[in-house]
Ligand binder design. Structure first.
Ligand code: FCB
Length: 454
């Protein structure tokens, strides 16, 4: 890194491997997972079905016909998995809690065994010097709540706030950071309109109603959490896909603006501005959600952080044009690190955004075991380029405080089952062996490098 008058040069890419010294003091390096994707043990110790258990049983929903029944068997192997996280040299571990372990029916009676599990897990992190970053909802809604409408039912928002309160009352400020929801776009639009995620509906009105109730549930949960864990950091995790028009034509620009509105602004603006974007509201016609007085005030709670999940951009062309010279991951997602810099800059310049964390970023590639490791060169390049993109945003003044690689280990990739691998660690599902990939070693070297002086 070159230095001009004591200021790091913003446009100079690091010519040597990144180290902690390239990031601000206190910057958190972490890895992320979610409950349904790794835990397995779906019917143990009182846990009942989530909507994903049901969805996996429906023929054709999961491309390889698998389920979360065993997954990475993390429910039984968590001590070794936390050892693995610790061995990477990271500061923090982002995990999620399964609501149907804690309140198997989504309401009423608490299942003590569920809370006990997460208490052991959190204490296990603390005893290894790892900072717990919890996500309360990463898509595994209790099936009993789906049976009465799921997120399309306004009552689910209230149930969620109650569940959040139960969790925080038990785990308290041992959890340093609570995110309410992970990616509400996925648990509403992708799940209720596009039909690709549980519960697999295709109904735009229901999807927009679900989105509103998710945001309402977030707001109510933040209020509940503030009273129980005033010292914890509270926020939400959104997925962003910044959109770029293929050309400067009015058609491409309008299409990009529309896609940005539906995907990004529809969730961001109620949270940060207390209003839905007017252009998209109008275009949705009679499918818009039913908003009660006070809802938008509830949704716009002061936040301690915004979690940013970034995998790719949207390249929008009215004529179906594709970006020139692009490379893609196995998900078919374009590798576009510049999009992460642009996104972080936009969020901090155009919105009253709280401090940000990149809460997910990563790539699936068809890994193969070779001897004792996996030579996942493309994934190393993906991580290096995106961390460099975060560094560039930080150098340009964005308050970004951490980065969580998705994912600690290969896991159940939703509708793709086990056919997509995102891990820093390879999982052999036949015997649950964990094998550190080259990318894991690369991340370990970065996380173990010397920290800058505060
Ligand atoms: C995100 C999800 C995460 C994982 C990655 C690949 O949308 O939050 O669970 O599946 O995509």
């Amino acid at each position: 890194m070159t230095t001009i008058q004591g200021t790091p040069h913003a446009t100079q890419p690091a010519s040597r491997p990144l180290t902690r010294a390239d990031f601000p003091a206190g910057f958190q390096f972490g890895v992320a997972t979610s409950s349904f994707q790794i835990e397995g043990a779906t019917h143990e110790d009182g846990r009942k079905d989530s909507i994903w258990d049901t969805f996996c049983r429906e023929p054709g929903r999961i491309s390889d016909g698998t389920s979360g029944e065993v997954a990475c068997d993390h429910y039984h192997r968590w001590p070794q998995d936390l050892d693995l996280v610790h061995s990477l040299g990271v500061d923090a571990y982002r995990f999620s809690l399964a609501w149907p372990r804690i309140q198997p029916d989504g309401r009423g009676a608490v299942n003590p065994a569920g809370l006990d599990f997460y208490e052991r897990l959190v204490d296990g992190m603390l005893s290894r010097g790892l900072r717990p970053y919890a996500t309360l909802y990463h898509w595994d809604l209790p099936q009993a709540l789906q049976d009465v409408g799921g997120w399309d039912n306004r009552d689910t928002a209230h149930r969620f706030a109650e569940y959040a309160h139960i969790v925080a009352a038990r785990l308290g400020e041992r959890v340093v950071s609570y995110a309410t929801l992970n990616e509400p776009w996925c648990s509403s639009i992708l799940s209720y309109q596009l039909g690709q995620h549980a519960p697999g509906l295709q109904d735009r009105r229901a999807a927009l109603s679900a989105a509103h109730h998710l945001l309402l549930g977030h707001g109510e949960a933040v209020r509940a959490l503030r009273s129980v864990v005033p010292g914890a950091e509270l926020g939400i995790v959104l997925n962003f896909s910044p959109t770029y028009p293929a050309t400067g034509s009015p058609e491409d620009r309008a299409a990009a603006r529309r896609e940005d509105g539906e995907f990004n602004r529809w969730f961001l603006e109620p949270l940060l501005l207390g209003q839905y974007p007017a252009d998209i509201w109008q275009s949705y016609g009679t499918d818009v959600p039913d908003i009660h007085p006070g809802d938008l005030e509830t949704i716009r709670q002061p936040l301690d952080f915004l979690g940013v999940n970034y995998y790719t951009r949207g390249f929008v062309s009215a004529s179906g044009q594709k970006p020139a010279g692009a490379s893609y991951t196995q998900m078919g997602w374009e590798v576009f690190p510049q999009g992460l810099t642009d996104l972080l800059l936009r969020l901090s310049r155009d919105y009253p955004a709280p401090p940000m964390f990149v809460t997910e970023n990563g790539a699936a590639y068809p890994d193969t075991l070779s001897g004792e490791t996996v030579h996942d060169t493309e994934r190393v390049q993906y991580f290096a380029a995106h961390l460099e993109a975060v560094r560039q945003a930080s150098l340009q003044g964005v308050d970004v405080r951490g980065y969580f690689a998705w994912s600690l280990m290969d896991n159940f990739e939703w509708a793709y089952g086990y056919s997509r691998r995102f891990g820093l660690v390879y999982v052999d599902y036949a015997d649950q062996t964990r094998v550190l990939k080259d990318s894991g070693r690369w991340y370990q070297a970065l996380a173990s490098s010397e920290a800058p002086n505060p």
